[in-house]
Write a protein that binds this ligand. Structure first.
Ligand code: FAD
Length: 473
């Protein structure tokens, strides 16, 4: 538990004005007028930190936890009250992400509480084929979790807030940056209903997601922006849905109508995340139709999916995102830096956003420690950060965009799907490589099939279709 100390005297007079939930501070609604005056006094007074982080979900919390591990004084500010779901996300995470979370002491038993391990991806394409692909063994695990983001984000938040040098405040919206001589030196913002507060810092980090205020206010340059394949998503969580089969939890993908795909993931507490992603133009409800009605209409139209949902109950509203962005932003400048979606965002088709958020946080933490503790200049540390981020994320970014084009923007003739498409995707070595690519065990270059592999896969498929014993397995 942390106590807020009087900024000038160091005393702790305001303990009664706050409730403490875990290590997070919430202003109480009913406090005496004397205390309110005391709080106002404190609120209008600045405090200085090594780092202020704006945004406290995967990128912000894991960055704060790492900087806390290094003993830096961190203020972590989050607009939302946790646990709550982010505006849009229904993710699956894999071993390499879990490994990075272990580094900071995040407990899988907490962030994946009551969440089943899935070991299979099932892909169906119309009635043309069903593919079963096992999650490959990599980084010590052969399964993933379709996590509940509310639970996951709160667990990471608490992991950061437990660090003695990290102060974590929710329900606080940053509204602007503070500048001095062309350099960012802090933030201003407020808790709703309370006076504005300012905080100064050696560095302000925007971990504030796709629509990053820090990026906007710092004029962060965008580059490698790709808007030519826009997609939109809608999703909700359901309960009492029928299982895919008796073989345990799965991630199930269905493709039918060109340009629209479905993803069903067994998630926490017996729930099922049901996502529809498609070309933006095909995801527009008819005039006067709600997003919810559109979502249900799409699900009802696919018997393979509706059979599981017909007697299920929807647990959440329908959420979504229109025209998901694909871009990078300049990683930082004088007194500021970006991390997670604020830095780099891409289509969620391949489910890489959480990995990238946790990875970029790890890398930025190293850059900051090198700058603050190991004598690197900030410019040098930033250049290193940019290089590392690109080396890890850029090949996957290109691969994801390629996949969006292939899976959602290309009309494949039925005969091609039933033959070449199926033969390639059903080849054991192709399956292994695709699996390792998704869990970040192979780079896109390493996973790409050689001409020899393609030939073998086609021959194998041909022989099988002709009823012959497979020549290769
Ligand atoms: C529909 C959809 C499905 C997805 N599916 C997957 C998937 O399967 N797998 C996967 O890995 N990724 C998935 N992603 C991507 C993933 O959700 C993001 O990459 C991830 O949430 C990024 O984490 P972050 O911490 O950078 O940002 P966010 O999770 O967006 O968090 C940013 C935080 O900053 C806070 N904030 C913003 N502005 C302010 C402010 N001014 N003051 C204070 N706080 C502020 C917000 O309240 C928010 O909590 C999906 C995304 C979408 C849209």
């Amino acid at each position: 538990m942390k106590v807020i100390r009087h900024p000038n005297t160091g005393a702790a007079p305001l303990r009664a004005a706050f409730v403490f939930l875990g290590d997070t501070i919430f202003p109480t609604k009913s406090v005496s007028s004397t205390l309110i005056r005391s709080i106002r006094f404190m609120h209008t007074t600045s405090s200085h930190y090594d780092i202020v982080i704006v945004g406290g979900r995967p990128a912000g919390s894991t960055l704060a936890a790492r900087l806390g591990q290094a003993g830096l004084r961190v203020l972590l500010l989050e607009r939302a009250t946790l646990p709550s779901r982010p505006p849009a996300s229904s993710p699956a995470i894999y071993a390499k992400t879990m490994q990075m979370l272990e580094d900071i002491g995040a407990d899988v038993a907490v962030y994946a509480r009551n969440t089943p391990r899935f070991t299979r991806w099932i892909t169906e394409y119309r009635d043309a084929f069903t593919l079963v692909n096992r999650v490959p063994h990599a980084f010590g695990r052969d399964y993933g979790y379709a996590i509940d983001r509310a639970r996951f984000d709160e667990a990471l938040w608490r992991t950061a807030a437990r660090r003695p040098t990290v102060t974590a405040r929710q329900n606080f919206a940053v509204s602007d940056l503070l500048w001095d001589n062309g350099r960012v030196v802090g933030v201003r913002g407020r808790t709703p209903g309370c006076p504005e507060e300012t905080f100064t810092a050696d560095l302000v980090v925007g971990a504030d997601g796709r629509f990053s205020l820090v990026a906007r206010k710092a004029n962060a340059r965008e580059y490698l922006r790709r808007d030519n394949l826009p997609t939109s998503l809608l999703y909700a969580y359901w309960k009492n849905a029928l299982p895919y089969d008796e073989g345990g939890p799965v991630v199930y993908a269905y493709g039918g109508e060109t340009g629209v795909g479905f993803l069903l993931m067994d998630s926490a507490d017996g729930s099922l995340a049901v996502v529809i992603e498609g070309q933006a133009a095909k995801m527009e409800p008819a005039r006067g139709q709600s997003a919810e009605a559109f979502y249900l209409e799409k699900l009802r139209a696919v018997p393979q999916i509706w059979r599981r949902l017909a007697n299920a109950e929807r647990l959440t509203d329908v959420h979504g995102m229109k025209r998901v962005g694909n871009l990078y932003r300049e990683p930082g400048g004088p007194g500021w830096a970006l991390v997670g979606d604020a830095l780099h965002q891409k289509d969620p088709l391949d489910g890489q956003g959480i990995f990238d958020a946790v990875f970029t946080a790890k890398t930025l933490a190293q850059a900051i420690v090198d700058w603050k503790r190991n004598g690197k200049s900030w410019a040098e540390a930033l250049r290193w950060y940019r290089r590392e981020v690109h080396a890890e994320t850029f090949p996957m970014y290109i691969e994801t965009l390629r996949r969006v084009r292939r899976d959602l923007y290309t009309a494949h003739p039925d005969w091609l799907i039933r033959t070449v498409g199926r033969w390639l995707l059903d080849d054991p070595e192709m399956k292994r490589r695709i699996g390792l690519l998704l869990v970040r065990g192979l780079t896109p270059d390493e996973a790409a099939p050689s001409p020899g592999l393609v030939l073998r896969a086609l021959l194998r498929g041909l022989r099988q279709s002709a009823g012959l014993r497979p020549a290769f397995s």
